[in-house]
Design a protein around this ligand. Structure first.
Ligand code: ATP
Ligand code: MG
Length: 201
């Protein structure tokens, strides 16, 4: 076991750490919204985005959500957040391709969702926006990556944005300020455990 250090030594060390952190905080003084991209195969992308939605609402921010992929099944985030007056909630999309099995219909649904997302991205009244499962729109060429990247870059300066979805293309990684790749270590589904209300949907 590690030997405990004296209170004085601990205080000296912590004071040094504090100085370093305070310096970094003072340096990050740009007043502008951030774009966050959550990608990777592990669980936790959309639920993290909705966690930030909860935080934003705590400050009375005006928020919007576009879910690009959404079937007919219910999900807790929609049930809860869509009833709040500060949230403009849009569950779009035709579902997963292996369910619809109709490329034309999926592309049309993607384009319809994008028209809405683009108008929200350009709206200076929106403080916080989620584009949930946006990344899949590029896998099948349903949306043009450059067009989307441009709209993200040119959004109102104070708007916070969270984009989610597996396999984010480089063009999206480049235009977002904070990018996290969530790693799949293990998932209960592979052990045959049923998806849980409140955890999975
Ligand atoms: P969550 O919404 O739980 O944060 P996510 O957004 O990271 O998940 P998606 O790729 O959007 O993950 O997957 C949607 C659904 O699949 C969710 O119900 C999620 O819990 C589940 N899921 C996520 N990752 C995995 C995985 N590695 N294996 C099996 N199921 C997963
Ligand atoms: Mg998700």
């Amino acid at each position: 076991m590690k030997k405990p250090i004296s209170d004085q030594k601990h205080q000296q060390r912590m004071s040094k750490v504090k100085q370093k952190i305070d310096k970094k905080i003072a340096k990050a003084d740009k007043e502008q919204g951030v774009s966050v991209l959550l990608t990777g195969n592990g669980k936790g992308k959309s639920s993290s985005a909705f966690g930030m939605l909860g935080r934003s609402l705590g400050y009375g921010h005006k928020c919007a959500v576009v879910q690009f992929i959404k079937g007919d099944w219910e999900c807790g985030e929609e049930l809860f957040f869509s009833q709040l007056p500060l949230v403009s909630y849009h569950a779009m999309g035709a579902g997963f391709t292996w369910e619809t099995q109709n490329q034309e219909a999926d592309k049309a649904a993607a384009e319809k969702a994008w028209v809405l997302a683009a108008s929200l991205l350009a709206d200076p009244d929106i403080d916080f926006l989620i584009l949930d499962e946006l990344t899949y729109m590029f896998n099948h060429g349903w949306l043009d990556l450059e067009m989307v990247a441009k709209a993200i870059t040119e959004r109102p300066a104070n708007m916070n944005l969270v984009v989610t979805g597996r396999g984010a293309p480089n063009g999206l990684i480049e235009v977002c300020d904070t990018v996290s790749e969530i790693k799949d270590v293990k998932h209960a589904f592979r052990d045959g455990i049923k998806a849980q209300r409140g955890i999975e949907f």
